[in-house]
Design a protein around this ligand. Structure first.
Ligand code: SF4
Length: 360
C-alpha cells in the first residue's frame, strides 16, 4: 500500500501539468509527450520549488524534467545496465554478493530521475510486490544464511506507508542472520513532508538501519530536506549519501565541493560518487571517464577526507561494483580501460563506458 497522505497528490505527473506549472515550453510539449509515453514523469512540489525557471541549464530541472534526447537509445545503452536480471532468484530480490541482497518492495518513486538506471522498470505502473511475492522474497532471504545485510531499494522504499514499512522491517528482524538493513531513498529531498514521525518510527521497527540518501546537487538540500534529515537522525538512523556524476548537473569541482560540504554540514557522510550507468536515453548525462577520475582526484585538495566519497563504477554485464581507480581500474594502451571485478577477473570496459565516453 502506498501512502498518499503527503504532497504526492499534487505531484506533476504529465507534460500538460509541467506546462501549466511553467516548467517546460509550449513548443516542446508535443515531443515531450512522446518521452512521457515511454518513461514515467513525476515532479513533486518540493522539487518544482527548487527549479529556477529562468535558467535553461538549471541542474535540478535537468535531473527531473523530461528531455527529447531520451528518445534516442545508443547501441551501448541497455535496459538493465548493471545486469541485475541474472542475479534475481525471485521477483523483488537481487543477490549478487554473498553477504548482501537487494530487496525491491516497490518500483514506484516520488520523482522519476531522467538518468535512472532502472528507468525501463520503474514507474507508477511498476508496482509494489504482492503479498505472495513479498512472502517469496522473504523466504529466499530466510533460506540464505549468507545474507547479512538487506538493502531496500527500488523504486523508492520510502513511498511505502509507515505501516507497511514497519511490517516489512519486523519480518526482516525475525530472520536471525539479517544483521542490518540499508534503505536507499531520495524521498527526504524530493518529498520531505513524507518523513513523518510515524515513518521514522517505522524505520526503527527492525534490524539496525542505515539510510543512504540519493542526492546530486547542493540545492537539493533545502530547509525542509534538512528538517527531514534531522527527524531521521533523531531516531538514531545513520545517514550516508550517494551521488551520480552527471554532465550538466554536478560535473565541475565547484558543484561537487558545494554538494559534499552541504552534506557534511547536514551530518550526512558522502559515501559513493557513481559513474553513470548506460541506461537508455541517458547519453546527455555522461561524463568522460578520465574527466571523472580527474574531478574526483581534485577533491583531495579541496575537501577534508571524510567529505570525499569513493568513486565507483558498476561493470556492465553484471560483474559488480568496483572503485573506479587503481588497482581496480586503470588505463591500458590501445584497449582503453581495464577493470578488475570483485572476483579478480579482468574486463575491458566497453566503448560506451570508457573510450566513447572519453569523447563525450
Ligand atoms: S528515485 Fe531512484 S529508482 Fe526512482 S527514478 Fe530516481 S534513480 Fe530511479
Amino acid at each position: 500500500m502506498l501512502d498518499g497522505s503527503s504532497q504526492s497528490s499534487r505531484t506533476l505527473r504529465d507534460v500538460s501539468s509541467l506546462l501549466a506549472a511553467g516548467l517546460i515550453k509550449a513548443e516542446d510539449a508535443p515531443s515531450l509527450e512522446r518521452v512521457g509515453g515511454r518513461y514515467a514523469i513525476a515532479v513533486t512540489p518540493a522539487v518544482a520549488a527548487l527549479i529556477d525557471r529562468s535558467d535553461p541549464k538549471d541542474p535540478i530541472a535537468a535531473q527531473y524534467l523530461p528531455h527529447i534526447e531520451e528518445l534516442v537509445t545508443r547501441p551501448d545503452e541497455a535496459a538493465d545496465p548493471t545486469g541485475d536480471g541474472p542475479h534475481s532468484p525471485v521477483r523483488g530480490v537481487v543477490h549478487r554478493y554473498p553477504d548482501r541482497a537487494l530487496l525491491l518492495p516497490t518500483l514506484a518513486c516520488a520523482v522519476y530521475c531522467r538518468f535512472c538506471f532502472r528507468r525501463d522498470q520503474v514507474g507508477p505502473e511498476g508496482g509494489t510486490l504482492t503479498e505472495t511475492e513479498l512472502d517469496a522474497a522473504l523466504s529466499y532471504i530466510a533460506a540464505t544464511p549468507a545474507i547479512r545485510e538487506v538493502i531496500l531499494t527500488g523504486g523508492d522504499p520510502l513511498i511505502l506507508s509507515a505501516r507497511r514499512l514497519a511490517d516489512l522491517l519486523r519480518r526482516l528482524a525475525a530472520i536471525s542472520h539479517v544483521e542490518t538493513v540499508r534503505v536507499h531513498s531520495r524521498v527526504p529531498l524530493a518529498d520531505p513532508a513524507r518523513i513523518t514521525d510515524a515513518l521514522t518510527a517505522a524505520l526503527t521497527a527492525g534490524p539496525p538501519l542505515w539510510l543512504l540518501l540519493h542526492v546530486n546537487h547542493a540545492r537539493e538540500i533545502s530547509a525542509p530536506a534538512l528538517a527531514a534529515l534531522d527527524r531521521l537522525r533523531c531516531r538514531g538512523i545513520p545517514l550516508l549519501a550517494q551521488t551520480v556524476l552527471l554532465a550538466g548537473v554536478n560535473d565541475g569541482p565547484e558543484a561537487l565541493e558545494a554538494l559534499f560540504r552541504a552534506l557534511i554540514r547536514a551530518r550526512v557522510k558522502p559515501h559513493y560518487l557513481h559513474l553513470l550507468d548506460p541506461a537508455p536515453g541517458t547519453a546527455r548525462f555522461r561524463v568522460p571517464l578520465a574527466r571523472a577520475r580527474a574531478l574526483h582526484a581534485g577533491l583531495r585538495g579541496r575537501l577534508p577526507g571524510h567529505a570525499i566519497p569513493t568513486l565507483v563504477l558498476d561493470i556492465p554485464g553484471g560483474f559488480g561494483k568496483v572503485e573506479a581507480n587503481a588497482p581496480r581500474l586503470f588505463p591500458s594502451p590501445d584497449i582503453g580501460f581495464v577493470v578488475i571485478d570483485p572476483k579478480g577477473e579482468a574486463h575491458i570496459l566497453p566503448p560506451g563506458v570508457a573510450a566513447e565516453t572519453e569523447s563525450g
